[in-house]
Design a protein around this ligand. Structure first.
Ligand SMILES: [Zn+2]
Length: 372
């Protein structure tokens, strides 16, 4: 993954917990989006510049639009910089935004993983406030349903902003052999990945092929969860959680289903051939994110880009506090948010409190190495 040059930071101080008025101005927000959607899509400018410049999400009901690598989302919320069992890394990137279900899931994983013996999560990139293509890094992470979690455990101290920007992650995989470095791999890594795969919302977990192989070679007993764990380039210091399209997002494009099985087969063996690691034949060909204009994205992304800001990042920061992951929260934040409540739990109303069955999981088929 390309290195992002840290930008100057704004320190995010502690402030009152956000209050999400569950019904407040919902209709207004929807109308605002609908009205804006009628405007012709602006084709000028690169989408990554336009989305990369947004500091805050669009106030609206949560909705993912398009595909993981070509889309955007409205109604995003931020994971707090710190939780009891997580810390956000590389904060200057401003990529701690996601669909509320994604953010709630990370918070839940942090608690469950801690109960399993993992000290806490170092949270990497999720999405930009309104998603869309990024100036650097990822092809996906565009619709608020992808998140990177470091495979380095959280230290037992609060990291400074400087440490969060500059601390190196541990590379778990040997670059030459593509095998896991046994001296660094611990059973807790396996338990963390298993826990992440255990949630119905999670459709895929992307890991380095070496990590997939380590799991294939060592997991005993229940191996059904291995089906969600897919090998991919990179992902040697973090793993990538991808959840499915959430209710309330009719224009979210689901991934292809995968073949059944644990994936410890030919599709994995391919990664240990020379083919996937050949140098890119067209190294100078621009990456998709570098040429996408607004016309490349679903038309509704223009409305997302033009949607109203909330009053502050804090107003749309989601403090889960043990609230179960809820599908399709009806959470709506007014542009001028009501501040709030001393009560511990943020209101993430469970308008639908059961997820639909997770579709069969798709394996990323062997394909030419992407440019990034
Ligand atoms: Zn990722």
């Amino acid at each position: 993954m390309p290195v992002v040059v840290p930008k100057p930071l704004r320190t995010l101080g502690s402030s009152p917990r956000a209050c999400f008025g569950r019904h407040a101005l919902a209709a207004l927000a929807v109308l605002a989006l609908a009205g804006l959607a009628a405007r012709p899509a602006a084709a000028e400018g690169l989408a990554k510049d336009l989305f990369g410049a947004k500091k805050l999400p669009a106030v609206a009901a949560p909705q993912s639009i398009g595909f993981y690598s070509k889309g955007c989302f409205a109604g995003g919320v931020a994971i707090p910089m710190d939780g009891p069992k997580w810390e956000v890394m590389r904060p200057s990137r401003n990529r701690r935004w996601g669909h509320p279900t994604m953010i709630a899931l990370i918070e839940k994983l942090s608690r469950d993983a801690a109960a399993d013996g993992w000290p806490g999560l170092l949270v990497g990139d999720i999405s930009q406030p309104r998603g869309g293509p990024m100036l650097t890094g990822h092809a996906s992470h565009q619709i608020g349903l992808d998140a990177d979690i470091w495979l380095t455990p959280m230290p037992d101290r609060k990291l400074s902003i400087d440490q969060r920007e500059n601390m190196s992650a541990t590379l778990l995989v040997d670059e030459k052999t593509h095998l896991v470095k046994d001296a660094l791999w611990v059973p807790a890594h396996m338990r963390l990945l298993k826990r992440a795969a255990s949630y119905a919302e999670v459709e895929r977990i992307l890991v380095n092929p070496g990590i997939k192989k380590k799991l294939c070679d060592t997991v005993k007993g229940d191996r059904a969860w291995l089906r969600k764990v897919r090998p991919f380039w990179g992902h040697d210091y973090h793993f990538h959680i991808r959840i499915g399209c959430q209710p309330g997002s009719p224009n979210c494009k689901a991934q292809e289903n995968t073949a059944p099985g644990d994936g410890c087969d030919q599709s994995l063996a391919w990664w240990f051939t020379e083919e996937p690691w050949r140098p890119n034949k067209n190294p100078d060909r621009p990456k998709a994110r570098d040429v996408m204009t607004m016309a490349s994205l679903p038309a509704a992304c223009q409305a997302v880009l033009d949607g109203p800001d909330p009053a502050s990042a804090e107003a749309v920061t989601f403090y889960g506090d043990g609230v179960p992951v809820a599908a399709a929260p009806t959470l709506t934040v007014a542009p001028a948010p009501a501040r709030a409540s001393a009560s511990g739990a943020a209101a993430l109303p469970a308008s639908i409190n059961a997820f639909a069955a997770t579709p069969e999981i798709g394996i990323p088929l062997p394909r030419p190495r992407p440019g990034n």
